[in-house]
Design a protein. Sequence first.
Length: 371
Amino acid sequence: MFDPRLDKLADVLVNYSTRVQPGENVLIEAFNIDNPLVKAIIGKVHQAGGNPFVNIRDQQVTREMLVNATQSQIETWTDFDAYQMSKMNAYIGIRGSNNLYELSDVPDDKMKLYSTVYNHKVHSSIRVNKTKWVVLRYPTPSMAQLASMSTEAFEKFYFDVCTMNYSMMDKKMDALVDLMNKTDQVRLVGPGTDLTFSIKDIPAIKCSGLRNIPDGEVYTAPVRDSVNGTISYNTPSPYNGFVFENVKLRFENGKIVEATSNDTERINKVFNTDEGARYVGEFAIGVNPHILHPMKDILFDEKIAGSIHFTPGQCYDTAYNGNSSGIHWDLVLIQRPEYGGGEIYFDGRLIRKDGIFVADELKDLNPEQLK
């Protein structure tokens, strides 16, 4: 049965997020989802005059590939998919999982190899930097469970979030971009958190539906060696098939010198992936008014209204601070009162308190102004 919500979402992805032009090659990569959305996207790409290509992925198959993978196999796999990606002008990635923990028992050395070889070359180097791309999650029963919602209620929430008025959000983000571009010192304060760093001369980039769906953040990066202090994240975060909680990081001159969590040994293995994994590649402020609570899905959680994320690992070329890594892990801190509150200061000026912007020029980014 035709679902008009899928048609509307496909239209957002093709004609707003990636803005497909005649003759452009578009890779549609779908993980663990049914075909209707893929078919709707193919139709919209054709209508725009583009050339659609499709990869259908399955996490159970990926797990089987990785469990006994050799370095040679992963390198060949990487070269194959990197060549395909290099031929694309746009990429639409549709993520979905029937089991969040599907990769949890893949050996650590295999996951590290996959991150540092495959993901780094295919996605970080080519897809992120050389294509128009957008990534989204597709609503599955497992996502509804993580959000503690019925399947029907979650689907309504999902389509409301993913098809909101992103062009309005885009315009209202300009004030925050301008302020961040003028800022040197940032201070984050909250329970278990007192962190300082510089963002001087690193561009601020607005995310308003052109890269992620759902979207709603403005990001930059800290000057690589400028981070000092402690941050205590209050949002559970899945990574490589394990959900980390109570993550606390202490920084000295940009480097994570102490990391604890519900599995301290495991999290330090992540940060030992390479040298850049203990430095930060992104600082972002979340503003999506429809996303208020964590659901153990980073694409949603990093956009939570009243949140920030402070990301160990690879930086983006668009907000370049020189950090290179095989990981990019968006760890989220919510600063609204029900999560403990907190403040953001720019050059000593309070700009957001308890998740609400108090600076006059930023008040249009508060939830009631974006709905």
